[in-house]
Design a protein around this ligand. Structure first.
Ligand SMILES: [Fe+2]
Ligand SMILES: [Fe+2]
Length: 290
């Protein structure tokens, strides 16, 4: 599986940023909360793989690393633009992004590079689980606003395409044995607690800050149904989460490569949607959008 960088720029109607998901504003903001993690998070992933780039000699894995970095850079760019729509709507996305960046900069300073890579492979497994679930069940996105559905589907497809790259780097540069296994397993446990605690806080912050969001408390029921009932985004992730603790685990043990056939038709659909909306299919430069 060879990931390639694709310069994709989905069109996101700004007026729908607080209510683009078919299940309403609370589910919208749950997924918006995930978006806030990507710019700082994906920079951290790229850096922690770059730290070991020189130690990868296999030409195929070197090419995959280049594709991985290229894809994460495009995701970062699009999620910066996505999150800016949240700020423009009066929500504290920049402030929350700053908190994520601060936390990850602290990890860069205090953790050895191997521990940073361990965090990356744990979080890449999270993105792969979320992406795989979303691609396998159309109810995750339903008939949501097309641009938002497209940006998340594109991201999910590329997360699937490169899901083993950081892991293969890990297996290449870390000496096999109990330390490698224990570090990987321990980091998955700590990451699980920290990541979901932050997602919860960010989600609540977005809902509280959204003046158009009614039934603030009751709406969380729709998120619980989405995550644990039907379609059950988190409920369905549980077996794959446990699978990570298998000593011989590899991301492609869950073989969903057939989904990748959707990439090219999706890119065409993204371009058609943007053209129909009279928008550019090229991303505005981040500096000029600032
Ligand atoms: Fe990504
Ligand atoms: Fe990724």
């Amino acid at each position: 599986m060879m990931p390639v960088r694709r310069d994709v720029h989905p069109h996101l109607p700004p007026e729908r940023i607080c209510n683009w998901h078919e299940r309403g504003q609370h589910v919208t903001h749950f997924i918006n909360a995930l978006s806030i993690f990507f710019p700082a998070g994906e920079r951290f992933f790229m850096d922690s793989v770059r730290n070991y780039r020189d130690r990868v000699t296999d030409p195929e894995l070197r090419q995959a690393v280049a594709g991985f970095i290229g894809q994460e850079a495009m995701h970062t760019r699009e999620h910066i633009l996505y999150n800016r729509l949240l700020d423009d709507a009066g929500l504290p996305a920049a402030q929350l992004d700053h908190a994520v960046a601060k936390l990850l900069n602290l990890l860069r300073r205090i953790l050895p590079e191997s521990w940073q890579l361990a965090h990356t492979i744990a979080l890449e497994h999270y993105t792969a689980m979320l992406a795989g679930g979303m691609l396998s069940d159309p109810r995750h996105m339903g008939v949501s606003e097309p641009g938002y559905r497209q940006v998340w589907t594109w991201h999910a497809l590329e997360e699937t395409e490169h899901k083993a790259v950081a892991y293969d780097v890990w297996n290449t540069v870390m000496k096999p044995g109990p330390y490698r296994y224990l570090l990987r397993a321990f980091t998955m446990l700590t990451t699980t607690v920290t990541f979901w605690a932050l997602v919860f806080v960010f989600h609540v912050r977005l809902v509280l800050a959204d003046k158009t969001c009614r039934n603030k408390l009751r709406g969380f029921g729709s998120v619980m149904t989405f995550l644990w009932g039907s379609p059950g985004v988190l409920r369905k992730m549980i077996p794959e989460w446990f699978d990570y603790f298998r000593p011989g685990f590899h991301p492609w043990d869950a073989d969903n490569r057939a989904e990748l056939a959707r990439i090219l038709p999706l890119i065409e659909e993204i371009e058609e949607t943007a053209i129909r909306a009279g928008a550019s299919t090229k991303a505005p430069s981040l500096r000029s959008a600032a």
